[in-house]
Design a protein around this ligand. Structure first.
Ligand SMILES: [Zn+2]
Ligand SMILES: [Zn+2]
Length: 468
């Protein structure tokens, strides 16, 4: 089975050039100049990409399908969430296995394998959340490296559920420094935040807006700095997830300037949405945008600074932190008490488009778009060679993206996530995902989704390929 993608401009992290791409079976066989003799007489399906960009399939390094949270569960299953991802040009997700206090790491990993196996439209890997650092979970970290789960998320927030003490964080970092794993950190000072939350509720400040006010940037900056210092003691590489405060990114940039293995991830919501316009929407509406870290004040200029840090390279990757909850029965649990609103925004379908709009708006180059959405996530999480690149030998995960197309985001238009609202309602994108190929199989074409449940396979990942 051969497929030829002709007439397009192949965009990579390092440059763009007209090129034809030959796919043989599940992998890319050749990337050659248009009309190259190698392509003569090739018998196979032809995808005409004239006037379009040909890019690696998106790699979303941060999703939470079916994740239990506060008495409910994220509304996308592995089936619905990966299908929505495919619609939006993402062909790989890395989801988080959850170990909360009192659970065994290996049991939880087995549970996540069972949830995902046979259900995914696209390939998937796992990170492991370590909610309880003890001798057993530290041993499990070593075992997981050999099973292709090579990154471990710790929490400085959510006391009593996920929070690790500084001593526990240090021990997990020592383990990662020894076994080569990557530490991912939710960096917010959860103990301080919990006091602010209780005080706000006691004053009768119960609306979604106060979710933002009780998680101030200082709590993010402080935790980010503390995580960087702890990592520095141990030598473990550190990846700060979902950074929303410009001050936290300044700490990350400073550490990077000093030559440390410190990386920052942000998400589309922190680039586009704000405390004032979204969390501060009238009534309970703001619940749609309750996530942690929270959306920040536009008046403080975080959004523009985050775009700038993408340009400078201090934001390493843009992931979604896709963690969808419906308004009905889920977000509504927090009417009258914002602390009961399940935390999360659904974006897995729209990341490639939203970041492409940054290209149109002159925020980033199209090469940087591919870099932060596809190539560097693959390198960061040990998938490079297979994912994130259009080159011979790589998996044929390819998106034909139409810069002359248009995408209107919203329920009833482009909305395939299992949610009863869109956090991105009304966003207009000057571009369009035309064709999506996953390991040589067309899963989205101009008629829509044509993939199959169970096509996606588990990806055993290598150690990070992005360390200095
Ligand atoms: Zn988090
Ligand atoms: Zn997350």
């Amino acid at each position: 089975m051969k497929t030829l993608i002709t007439g397009g401009t192949v965009v990579s992290a390092t440059g763009s050039a007209p090129a034809d791409v030959l796919v043989d079976g599940e992998t890319i066989a050749a990337v050659v100049a248009p009309g190259h003799p190698l392509l003569e007489g090739i018998d196979g399906t032809v995808i005409d990409a004239t006037g379009k960009y040909v890019i690696p399939g998106g790699v979303d390094g941060h999703t939470h399908m079916e994740m239990p949270f506060g008495g409910t569960e994220a509304s996308d299953t592995f089936e619905t969430g990966t299908r929505a991802a495919a619609w939006g040009g993402t062909t790989t997700i890395i989801d988080f296995v959850v170990q909360a206090h009192g659970q065994r790491v290996q049991d939880q990993l087995a549970r996540w394998h069972a949830k995902a196996a046979g259900n995914c439209a696209i390939d998937y890997g796992f990170h492991q959340i370590i909610g309880e650092v003890d001798d057993e979970s530290l041993r499990a970290m070593d075992e997981l490296i050999g099973e292709g789960v090579t990154s471990f998320k710790l929490f400085m927030a959510y006391p009593g559920v996920f929070l690790s003490s500084d001593g526990q964080i240090l021990r997990a970092m020592q383990a990662a420094a020894a076994n080569g794993g990557l530490i991912m950190m939710h960096a917010e000072n959860g103990s301080a935040i919990d006091v602010l939350v209780q005080q706000a509720l006691a004053r009768g400040e119960t609306t979604p807006y106060h979710h933002g006010l009780t998680r101030p940037w200082q709590a993010e900056q402080e935790a980010t700095h503390r995580a960087i210092m702890l990592a520095d003691i141990t030598g473990a590489p550190l990846y700060i997830v979902h950074v929303s405060a410009k001050q936290a990114l300044a700490r990350i940039a400073e550490a990077r300037d000093a030559g440390r293995n410190v990386f920052g991830e942000t998400c589309p919501q922190y680039l586009y949405l704000s405390l004032e316009e979204h969390l501060g929407a009238p009534g309970f509406e703001g619940a749609k945008w309750v996530c942690s870290t929270p959306l920040r004040a536009r008046a403080e200029g975080h959004q523009d600074e985050l775009w700038r840090y993408i340009r400078t390279g201090d934001v390493t990757t843009v992931s979604t932190d896709h963690c969808p909850f419906c308004m009905k029965d889920q977000k509504e649990m927090g009417i009258g008490d914002f602390s009961k609103i399940p935390n999360g925004i659904g974006s897995v379908e729209h990341r490639m488009d939203l970041l492409y709009q940054g290209v149109v708006d002159g925020r980033i180059t199209k090469e940087r778009w591919v870099d932060v959405c596809c190539t560097t996530p693959a390198r960061m999480f040990g998938l490079y060679g297979r994912k994130g690149v259009i080159a011979p030998g790589a998996d044929a995960d390819i998106v034909v993206y139409d810069p002359a197309g248009h995408t209107s985001i919203g329920v009833g238009r482009t909305h395939h996530m299992n949610m009863d609202y869109s956090a991105w309602e009304g966003f207009e994108i000057d571009g369009h995902v035309d064709v999506v190929v996953s390991r040589g199989t067309v899963i989205v074409d101009r008629s829509g989704y044509v993939g199959t449940r169970g096509h996606g396979r588990f990806l055993a990942r290598q150690l990070s390929q992005n360390l200095i």
